[in-house]
Design a protein around this ligand. Structure first.
Ligand code: KG4
Ligand code: ZN
Length: 362
């Protein structure tokens, strides 16, 4: 079987990542080189991603990552078969850094291979190919596959009838679930990015301490909403800190007792995940799913993983739930290689220009 070597680049937000992945025709994957330079610490002091800082960091990191990638390629005498770069969605100044860098590399080093634009969201979806126990010989048995994508910018439920046919079922009407973790973490005085911090704090709290609302939990559709939940947490903290009239200020966070903080984190996390689990289960039933894939930064959350697994074991027909390995949940170039490779089989590619609001298409 002929394998294809794919060189990929991801710079849509605050991770600069390059990967070299080899793919078999059966979608077996072999990650040969994968390096990601994270900017999390740089943005943490600002409480969120600063686009111009992200752009500057990508500009600095790309040549450094390429230096070690190119020496790997030379040492192994590998010539890639195609190059793939994220074109959106994301921060446009950050996206342009990757596009420009790869376009120059394409022109100067590999002018005879295709350079393909890739949708970041498809990258998250196809990250299930990196699952530790993914077996390409049974790939066909996994469809229809329900896909839940949960990240800092997106909350999207869809269904794949085969490897190439995606249908969007619903998404968030306002905040993304990861975004709500980041905002609630700020209210609790926890540093950016909020997801892992809330998860850790919640492990020491009681998830039934406060009955926060789970918006659209039982709505007859596949939409989500997270801005109301964040506001409910804000009002709760104002009330508990005896400050019901003023806006909840950063100074107050330091005075929150640890029990209140962890109970709030656990109750918020439970309320945030209930609609995700419920609607994924509903979609799996409606579309006769043979598997579910949960991807994106929030899919790293261990409570979400056990909540989803336990629910499907109990009431979801024992179908496999595929979570990417932890290092493939956050933004990375290997998943871009996967999405680009899958798309290239059907001649699918996106224009080589940054598109901050690019959405999923079938
Ligand atoms: O997929 P990702 O790296 O970037 C986007 O494409 O947005 O996702 C980042 C998001 C952030 O909002 C972060 O707080 C959240 O994923 N996140 C988590 C966890 N780890 C990261 N949320 C909940 N629990 C986690 N363990
Ligand atoms: Zn992402």
């Amino acid at each position: 079987m002929q394998r294809k070597y794919v060189l990929a680049c991801e710079t849509s937000c605050d991770e600069t990542s390059l990967a070299l992945v080899s793919f078999g025709e059966d979608f077996s994957v072999d990650v040969l080189f994968h390096k990601t330079a994270s900017q999390v610490e740089i943005h943490a002091s600002f409480g969120g991603v600063v686009p111009n800082l992200a752009k500057r960091e990508h500009q600095k990191n790309l040549p450094l990552l390429w230096e070690s990638m190119s020496s790997y390629l030379a040492q192994k005498k590998i010539t890639p078969d195609m190059m793939e770069v994220t074109v959106g969605p994301g921060l446009e100044p950050a996206l342009w850094q990757g596009i420009t860098f790869f376009s120059t590399l394409h022109k100067t080093v590999y002018p005879n291979i295709p350079l393909i634009g890739v949708n970041h969201l498809e990258g998250h979806i196809y990250s299930f190919l990196f699952h530790e126990s993914f077996d390409p010989t049974v790939l066909d048995t996994l469809f229809p596959m329900v896909s839940l994508l949960v990240s800092g910018g997106h909350t999207i439920l869809g269904v794949l009838s085969d490897m190439h046919s995606y249908r969007l079922l619903g998404e968030t009407k306002d905040d993304a679930v990861g975004e709500s973790f980041d905002k609630v973490a700020r209210l609790l005085g926890l540093p950016y990015p909020g997801g892992p911090q809330i998860e850790r704090c919640a492990q020491q709290g009681d998830m039934h301490a406060y009955p926060f609302p789970s918006p659209l939990l039982h709505s007859d559709d596949y939409e989500f909403s997270y801005s109301g939940l964040k506001t409910a947490v804000l009002y709760h903290l104002r009330h508990m800190s005896g400050d019901s009239t003023q806006s909840f200020s950063p100074g107050k966070q330091a005075t929150l007792p640890k029990t209140l903080r962890c109970n709030t984190a656990a109750s918020f996390q439970y309320a945030a995940f209930r609609p995700l689990v419920e609607k994924t289960k509903k979609a799996a039933k409606e579309y006769g799913a043979h598997s579910v894939v949960v991807s994106g930064g929030v899919s790293a959350n261990s409570f979400l993983r056990s909540f989803m697994n336990e629910t499907f074991e109990r009431e979801g027909g024992h179908i496999p739930i595929l979570f990417p390995p932890l290092s493939y949940c956050q933004d990375n170039a290997a998943m871009i290689a996967a999405a680009g490779y899958v798309g290239s089989i059907k001649g699918k590619e996106y224009p080589l220009e940054a598109n901050g609001i690019l959405s999923l298409s079938s």
